[in-house]
Design a protein around this ligand. Structure first.
Ligand code: IMP
Ligand code: MG
Length: 332
C-alpha cells in the first residue's frame, strides 16, 4: 500500500481473491479496481459464506471500500447485476465509461469455435469480445442504459485517491502463465495478465505503484488444455489433498507440485516486490489455521525460505485455511 497491484504467479486460481479480501479487511482499502473480465472467478470466504466473484472486486468485504471496474475491462452486464445484488454494493460500485461489453453472442462464438474449444477456454466469450473491441465495433459501458447510474471515470478516481495517499488495490485476474504475451501460447487467455497490463487496464501509470504483490499457491493448478510441467494424475492429486474443481466453470483442475522456475520468471516479469503463498495447509496439513510464522513446522518454513531464495521476493502472506483471516501476515 498505498497503491498495490495483485497478480497471479501461475495459471490462475492462486487464491488472489483470498489475499485481496484479507488486505481489504486489514488495511483498510479505500479503492479496489477490478480488471480483466468475467472468465475469472475470485473465491472469497467471508462470514462463513462463499462468494465466487466474476465482476465485483474482491475488496467488497471492506464496507467502506469504493469498488470500480476499469476502462480496460470487459463487463458482462447480467453477471454484474447478479453480483451487485449478492454482495449488496449498489451504492459504492462504479464501471468506467470506456469499459467494453461482453455479450451472449461472444459466448456463443467462443463455444462454437473448434479452435477456441481446443484451447479449453471457459466459454464466457472473452476472446471474441476482445476481438470485437480490437475491430472497434464493440459496445461500451456508456451504451448500456442500465449501467448509466454506475458510470465512472476510473483513472480519475484512482489517481486522485493515490494523490491523496489513500489505499488503492488493483486486482489482476488469471496468472502470468495464461498471459497472451508471456504464457504458454496459444493455450492462454485473450489478454496480457502481467502487473503492467493491470495498471494499464485500470488507468494508473507505473510510477504510481508502490507494490506488486504476486500470489502463488503452494502447489500449481491449471484448467483447460496446454502444458503443465510436473503434472500428477487426478488420483494422486486427490490423495495429496490438492484436487480442486474450478470455481467458475466446475471443471476439474489439473495439478502439479510448486514450480520454482515458473515462480522466478513470474516474479521477474511482474516486478514483484512481495509474494503471498496460499493453501500451505494443503501441502503441510500441520499448518492449518496457524497465524504465526514461528509456529509452522520445519519443512513448511524451509519451503517458504526456498521460495524467497529462488524468486528473490519476500513472502509476506501465507494462507493456512479457507477463511479470509486464516493468514500469517509477516509485515508485522
Ligand atoms: P478464456 O480466457 O476463457 O479464453 O480461456 C483461455 C484459457 O485460460 C483456458 O485455459 C482457461 O481455462 C484459462 N482461464 C481463463 N480464466 C481463468 C481463470 O480465472 N482461472 C483459471 N484459468 C482461466
Ligand atoms: Mg479463479
Amino acid at each position: 500500500m498505498p497503491c498495490t497491484v495483485v497478480v497471479g504467479g501461475f495459471w490462475g486460481d492462486e487464491g488472489k481473491g483470498k489475499i485481496i479480501s484479507y488486505l481489504a479487511l486489514k488495511e483498510p482499502v479505500d479503492l479496489c479496481i477490478r480488471t480483466g473480465s468475467v472468465n475469472a472467478a475470485h473465491t472469497i470466504w467471508y462470514n462463513n459464506k462463499r462468494y465466487a466473484l466474476h465482476m465485483v472486486p474482491g475488496g467488497f468485504v471492506q464496507e467502506k471500500c469504493r469498488l470500480l471496474i476499469g476502462p480496460g475491462a470487459n463487463v458482462h452486464v447480467a453477471q454484474f447485476f447478479r453480483e451487485v445484488e449478492e454482495t449488496g454494493v449498489k451504492n459504492r460500485i462504479g464501471v468506467d465509461n470506456l469499459a467494453s461489453i461482453i455479450e451472449e453472442k461472444h459466448s456463443v462464438q467462443d463455444k462454437s469455435s473448434a479452435h477456441l474449444k481446443g484451447l479449453g477456454t471457459t466459454g464466457w466469450g472473452v476472446g471474441p469480445a476482445i476481438e470485437e473491441r480490437v475491430r472497434r465495433t464493440a459496445k461500451g459501458a456508456k451504451d448500456i442504459p442500465e449501467l448509466k447510474p454506475y458510470l465512472a471515470d476510473v483513472s480519475e478516481e484512482a489517481n486522485r485517491a493515490i494523490q491523496d495517499g489513500k489505499n488503492v488495490l488493483l486486482e489482476g485476474t488469471q496468472g502470468i502463465m495464461l498471459s497472451l504475451f508471456y504464457g504458454t501460447y496459444p493455450y492462454v487467455t485473450g489478454r496480457d495478465t502481467s502487473a503492467s497490463a493491470v495498471c494499464s487496464e485500470a488507468g494508473v501509470g507505473p510510477t504510481k505503484v508502490d507494490d506488486v504483490l504476486i500470489v502463488f499457491k503452494a502447489f500449481v493448478t491449471r484448467v483447460g488444455t496446454g502444458p503443465l510441467p510436473g503434472e500428477i494424475s487426478k488420483e494422486e492429486a486427490q490423495k495429496r489433498g490438492w484436487f480442486e474443481i474450478a470455481a467458475g466453470t466446475g471443471r476439474d483442475r489439473r495439478s502439479a507440485p510448486f514450480n520454482f522456475e515458473v515462480a522466478r520468471k513470474a516474479a521477474t516479469i511482474n516486478g514483484a516486490t512481495q509474494a503471498a503463498i496460499t493453501k500451505l495447509d494443503c501441502v503441510y496439513p500441520d499448518c492449518k489455521g496457524i497465524n504465526e510464522f514461528d509456529q509452522l513446522p520445519k519443512e513448511a518454513k524451509h519451503f517458504i525460505d526456498e521460495v524467497e531464495k529462488q524468486t528473490g521476493v519476500p513472502v509476506k502472506f501465507i494462507g493456512t485455511g479457507q477463511d479470509a483471516l486464516n493468514i500469517i501476515d509477516r509485515r508485522k
